[in-house]
Design a protein around this ligand. Structure first.
Ligand code: SF4
Length: 317
């Protein structure tokens, strides 16, 4: 015979992944859009951590930033508007071995997806949630979003948005079981990368609000903070985000903040005189939902059938 093979399992050869192994389709965001910087940071982390592309999933809802999965050569799920988080939670519930990145925007997460946002934070499943906050609905061409500044002229409020904006960071800090809440800015690649890296290393749901420039529709929103670093407040602490001292020196305003201090995190998040960036809150000991949903997953079929029989037999008369 021809050497009949009965074991068809594939041997996975040791591989080294380069940046190219994570580069999907050519990004079609506008030139100068902050989304490009986030994509580059995530691809670098995947390469540095040698995350196997077939064990990595990018999940998104709808919006400019939600095109993220198309530009990563990993598994991806470009979902429905506001529904990135339940999809991501479903993936983690049955495949805790996968690394999950969620890309969601201020419209996607804080408006139509707000209910899922609250409960995903409470479920605290191990994933990185990146809120691309550009203060506008960009994909649908400039409608007021929950984080639009009052007075911003949009297609839904041509005379200027009326209401005070929702603050996604202070809101998340107030949700039950939040375990990692950080804020960063796309125009500082070193801080952006360090924040996403710390978020990836946290076991539980890491919520990272990224101040994201949209030169197309909200060009002025972060312009002054980008040009004048004194308008940014850098949070530092030995348990916070670690960045190169040369990058730290860019920021004249710094505050030592212990990320274990939730009331102080809330107070800082609500400051309007500066844009605080850094790790607001971290508690690595909060319960993680997939530790319950995956119980018994390693059982054999026979063990599962026995367990089922035992349960059903409890009702035998
Ligand atoms: Fe980026 Fe704004 Fe262009 Fe969308 S409209 S791709 S957010 S610059």
């Amino acid at each position: 015979m021809f050497g009949l093979k009965t074991d068809w399992s594939l041997d996975v050869l040791p591989r080294y992944f380069t940046l190219e192994d994570y580069e999907g389709g050519e990004a079609r965001w506008c030139p100068g859009c902050g989304d490009h910087a986030v994509l580059a940071a995530v691809q670098r982390i995947c390469r540095d951590e040698q995350l196997a592309p077939e064990k990595t999933v990018c999940v998104s809802g709808i919006g400019c930033s939600s095109r993220f999965p198309h530009y990563m050569k990993t598994y991806g799920f470009h979902g429905l508007h506001g529904r990135a988080l339940p999809v991501a939670c479903g993936i983690k519930a049955r495949r805790p071995d996968l690394t999950v990145w969620v890309a969601t925007g201020d419209g996607d997460c804080c408006s139509i997806g707000a209910g899922h946002w609250i409960h995903a934070i409470r479920y605290n499943m191990d994933m990185v949630v990146m809120l691309f906050d550009n203060n506008i609905y960009g994909l649908t061409k400039k409608q007021t979003s929950p984080t639009s500044q009052p007075g911003l002229s949009t297609n839904t409020h041509p005379r200027g948005a009326w209401l005070p904006p929702l603050n996604p960071t202070s809101a998340t800090l107030g949700f039950t079981n939040a375990s990692f809440v950080a804020q960063t800015a796309d125009w500082n690649p070193a801080h952006l990368h360090a924040t996403l890296d710390a978020a990836y290393k946290h076991k539980g749901l890491s919520f990272v609000r990224i101040m994201q420039r949209c030169p197309q529709y909200t060009a002025k929103v972060f312009e002054s903070a980008q040009q004048d670093p004194s308008l940014v407040l850098l949070l530092n602490h030995e348990n916070g985000i670690q960045i190169d001292p040369a990058v730290e020196r860019i920021f004249p305003n710094q505050l030592t903040h212990d990320p274990a201090d939730l009331p102080e995190a809330l107070r800082i998040a609500n400051r309007e005189d500066v844009i605080p960036i850094g790790l607001f809150f971290h508690d690595p000991n909060r319960p993680i939902y997939e530790s319950f949903t995956t119980e018994g997953m390693a059982m054999t079929v026979e063990e599962k059938m026995d367990a089922l029989d035992r349960e059903l037999n409890r009702f035998a008369i």
